[in-house]
Design a protein around this ligand. Structure first.
Ligand SMILES: [Zn+2]
Length: 119
């Protein structure tokens, strides 16, 4: 990704600042999804707890829980933000790109609960 395309999507210097402040808060030190499985991952581990070896991926990402799709209100709404490890962030972005954001999903990306797949 080039700086230009990142900028076009709304990721500006203001976002860099807001993201850094968010990740500095005590509640946002670990990947939200890894926490659900009992793993405290400060962004430096894979989903199975082994250490990430790619230095470009050793950090938490601020994810928009609801895809903002350039909606500025959603983009800047902190209640719509969550810290994720790079692996979980990739999983969620891939799911969005495939248009399968249907609700709660398990770690394999399959819907949980009362979904046709589970009936
Ligand atoms: Zn994670």
């Amino acid at each position: 990704m080039t700086r230009t395309s990142a900028r076009k999507r709304g990721y500006t210097a203001a976002w860099d600042k807001a993201r850094a402040a968010f990740l500095a808060e005590p509640d946002n030190q670990f990947c939200r999804e890894c926490e659900k499985t009992g793993l405290l991952n400060p962004g430096t581990m894979h989903l199975d707890g082994t250490l990430e070896t790619n230095p470009w991926r050793m950090h938490l990402v601020v994810d928009h829980i609801i895809a903002h799709k350039n909606d500025q209100r959603l983009f800047w709404d902190r209640s719509n933000w969550q810290p994720l490890c790079p692996d979980h962030h990739d999983i969620i972005k891939q799911r969005e790109e495939h248009g399968r954001m249907t609700g709660a999903v398990d770690i394999n990306g399959r819907p949980v609960g009362a979904h046709p797949w589970n009936l």
